[in-house]
Design a binder for this molecule. Structure first.
Ligand SMILES: Nc1ncnc2c1ncn2[C@@H]1O[C@H](COP(=O)(O)OP(=O)(O)OP(=O)(O)O)[C@@H](O)[C@H]1O
Length: 364
């Protein structure tokens, strides 16, 4: 027998909060989803102090639900919907600094906002996944930093964060005061990844408003400092993160990455038209994996087709800012945490040119 909404809620009504109320009576359960033996929901506390004390409650709820017939996995995300950081959090046991919980309801906001101290914000997007958007973001950030720009890189890909690996960092950013988050630093770039703040698998239960809240925290509560440009590595496609960012953030513009394949281009077109609808200027298209030169014989092949991105750029009247080759060396460099742009390889040159173009355009 599989669990139903009613059986889950009934089981959760046996979980008692420190104030004596049950989880259900206190109305803290949100976004309950049941499917394939998995139960996921959000525990929404009214303030961050209560949210901090919910660890044992979360454990109890998990134990009770796992004992139900047909439930094999339970995912719970605890959030607070008071203004984030409005109540300083106590230091964790062992004197560690308190850590700031990411994922909350958004703070109401009038119109688009910038990030104090940050001159330009550029979204790096792609319609389709896996076309190299994160690779381009990491390398462009490093190339701009090498040219003396103060650069921030925000990995906003909540479902598949890859910047920690590509930039070679993997520690959870600290929040010494429980209100601001100290970003990390690598290869001359100030770095923050939303993925470093969310326990594995929890983001999948987030709804639009929670994502919006998390993005607000990433932009407003990270101590970015003075930056010439903040690059945002977006999730692929045209989902909630893209919409939130386009509607709520003063973006200088967007760069859209595509491979020359038709399927990638169709999705890239969709991405471009979304930015246009949101009044975000599309600064240009970037063609990734455009050519492959055989390291043995020097033969040049166009594995994913040829000319498609240039044609598309012409059709849509947006500049084609770079054509980046498919290269094993670039892939290995990314996997090992040192983007190819940080090295002396000839493959760093196209990124240096792209960085120069953006500086000349006055957007970075
Ligand atoms: N020009 C390139 N040459 C060789 N390998 C590349 C190149 N660009 C990207 N890759 C490799 O392709 C894979 C996917 O790239 P990447 O993660 O940057 O794509 P993405 O569009 O950000 O993907 P996702 O949709 O998962 O966010 C990675 O292993 C990366 O190293």
């Amino acid at each position: 027998m599989s669990a139903t909404h009613d059986t889950i809620m009934k089981a959760l009504s046996a979980v008692i909060l420190p104030n004596g109320q049950s989880l259900v009576d206190a109305d803290l359960v949100r976004a309950l989803r049941i499917g394939n033996g998995e139960v996921s929901f959000v525990l929404e506390a009214p303030d961050s102090v209560l949210a901090q004390s919910l660890g044992p409650v979360e454990e109890k709820a998990r134990t009770i639900l796992l004992a139900l017939e047909g439930v094999s996995k339970v995912s719970i995300v605890t959030t607070a919907h008071g203004p984030a950081g409005s109540t300083p959090k106590p230091a964790a046991a062992g004197g560690e600094p308190p850590s700031l919980k990411i994922g909350r309801h958004p703070t109401p906001q009038q119109g688009k906002q910038g990030v104090p101290g940050v001159k330009h914000i550029i979204a790096i997007a792609s319609g389709k996944g896996g076309v190299g958007k994160s690779t381009v973001s990491a390398n462009l950030a490093v190339a701009l930093a090498k040219q003396g720009r103060k650069v921030g890189l925000l990995d906003a890909d909540i479902y598949g964060p890859s910047q920690p690996r590509m930039m070679g960092v993997n520690k959870r950013p600290a929040s010494p005061d429980g209100q601001t988050i100290e970003p990390l630093h690598a290869h001359g770039v100030t770095l923050m990844s939303i993925g470093l703040m969310i326990p594995d698998g929890e983001a999948v239960v987030w709804r639009g408003p929670m994502l919006m809240g998390a993005m607000q925290q990433m932009l407003g509560q990270v101590a970015w400092g003075e930056l010439d440009v903040l690059l945002i590595d977006m999730p692929p496609g045209t989902g909630d993160v893209q919409l939130t960012l386009g509607q709520k953030t003063e973006l200088t513009g967007a760069l859209v990455v595509s491979t020359p394949q038709d399927v990638a281009l169709i999705d890239a077109r969709r991405g471009i038209s979304m930015f246009e609808k949101l009044n975000v200027p599309v600064l240009g298209l970037i063609e990734n994996m455009s050519t492959y030169t055989c390291p043995n014989c020097g033969h040049e092949a166009h594995i994913f087709g040829h000319g498609g991105v240039a044609d598309e750029a012409k059709k849509m009247d947006v500049p084609l800012l770079a054509q980046l080759p498919l290269a094993l060396e670039a892939r290995i460099a990314g996997d090992e945490g040192t983007p190819i742009a940080a090295t002396d390889s000839p493959l760093a040159a196209p990124y240096a040119n792209l960085a120069r173009s953006l500086v000349m355009l006055g957007v970075a």
